[in-house]
Design a protein around this ligand. Structure first.
Ligand code: G3P
Length: 421
């Protein structure tokens, strides 16, 4: 009798193990297969044009904010700022391609260092694993370069605070100007991707400097020569109430960007317009978005019809039914990858930054978003949204419900991956 009990227990365990392995393993296998097929299909595809707006500047408090929606405009202004630097350049990027654009930035940074400007660069080791190491080795010692390592937990294997990637994109020149937003550095982003970045002048530049300096100082000792001095900043003498720089710092367990979004969505009374590259939020975030739509707020979500990560697209689609049922409008951008991470609420609140709406960004990575409470700037972003919307296909409930069974099944199979992305 005891033997029979043990046998059935062991049998149950085997069945459970197999079910678990299937639940975890199958989504991974499907995701890998999809990514391979998708990258094969993309080969040789020509980029298509998309509408953009010229850089426009609005005064916000004691400074200006210029918004960029086309990479070439942005890169030209970033290079001009680097070339005009007199004292210090702080440059941080998640991806830094070793192509013509990447080389252009590298040359400009080296030239600045050679004329005596203090140049600091940070890039993420994991994001650039596919970039030739030679590209990063050919920096002269006059440029201080910090590679945020692929593995940074050391012997603290279980300390999740040490696994976040450095996903930020920042440039600060002297005390005068700062850039932040979705753009990485690479030729494809210059003309083929639709993204959003801002150039900031005024007191908020100090916050960008501080964000850079804190990260640098946190990692300086282990990554650079021990003699390398920390980056020191004067305390900010001016507070700018309209512009807040929100930083996710996993190492300090700080994730204000998710809270910032949820607070803004929860207090929306008129509209929430979001443009996002990847939309795979947690359940509480989704609930806030649905609640806003249900109380009559005009909630619009603008996403790429096809992003560069097919698996993220499929997982994102798993949320569409509940969003459409709640009254959220889903607008899908045609022909080009939308990589922007922006939102406006009630024509007053706005954000532009590096954080995607997914778990990696909102509760994992080092991220930076600028939060601006200013009607003129929000209006600016709303106009950009309207331009983008004119290039979108709106997804209707009828169309969505009529999709094939195999699509519904694929969404279901991939759903267990949601918490990982
Ligand atoms: O991580 P992001 O938002 O900078 O996007 C990077 C691209 O997805 C690279 O594949």
């Amino acid at each position: 009798m005891a033997h029979r009990d043990e046998d059935s227990l062991a049998g149950l365990r085997t069945v459970l193990r197999r079910v678990l392995l299937t639940l975890v393993g199958v989504p991974f296998i499907v995701a890998i297969a999809m990514s391979l097929v998708d990258s094969y299909r993309r080969r040789g595809k020509r980029p298509k044009p998309f509408p953009t707006t010229p850089p426009r500047t609005v005064a916000v408090g004691d400074g200006d904010v210029t918004t960029y929606t086309f990479g070439r405009d942005l890169y030209d202004d970033m290079i001009a700022a680097i070339e005009g630097a007199e004292r210090q350049i702080l440059f941080e990027t998640y991806i830094w391609k070793a192509d013509a654009t990447g080389e252009r930035f590298k040359r400009a940074l080296i030239a600045a260092a050679e004329r005596g400007v203090d140049v600091h660069c940070i890039y993420d080791g994991f994001a650039n694993l596919v970039v030739s190491p030679a590209f990063f080795q050919r920096f002269p010692s006059s440029v201080k370069v910090l590679r945020y390592p692929v593995y940074s937990a050391g012997w603290r294997f279980f300390d999740l605070r040490r696994y976040g990637r450095d996903h930020r994109k920042i440039l600060v020149v002297d005390d005068n100007v700062g850039f932040v937003g979705g753009y990485n550095i690479g030729s494809a982003y210059e003309s083929e991707w639709r993204d959003t970045h801002v150039r900031i002048t005024g007191p908020a530049v100090w916050d960008l400097k501080r964000a850079f300096a804190d990260f640098w100082n946190l990692n300086r000792r282990r990554r650079l020569r021990s003699s390398e001095r920390p980056l020191l900043l004067e305390t900010a003498s001016t507070w700018e109430p309209r512009v807040r720089v929100q930083r996710n710092v996993p190492r300090l367990w700080m994730f204000p960007i998710r809270a910032m979004y949820i607070e803004a969505i929860n207090r929306a009374s008129r509209n929430v317009w979001m443009t996002q590259a990847y939309f795979l939020p947690d359940e509480d975030f989704i609930d806030a978005v649905k609640a806003a739509a249900r109380r009559g707020v005009d909630v619009r979500l603008l996403l790429p019809l096809k992003s560069n990560h097919i698996v993220a697209d499929w997982i994102s689609r798993g949320y569409f039914t509940q969003l459409l049922d709640a009254g959220v409008r889903i607008l899908r951008y045609r022909d080009a990858m939308v990589h922007a991470k922006t939102a406006t609420v009630d024509g007053t609140w706005a954000t532009v930054g590096t954080a995607n709406i997914d778990r990696l960004s909102l509760s994992g990575n080092f991220e930076i978003n600028v939060e601006i409470i200013d009607e003129a700037f929000a209006r600016e972003l709303e106009e950009i949204f309207e331009t983008d919307q004119s290039h979108c296909l709106e997804l209707t409930s009828g169309e969505w419900e009529a999709r094939d069974m195999h699509r519904k099944f694929t969404e279901l199979v991939l759903a267990p991956l949601r918490p990982l992305l």
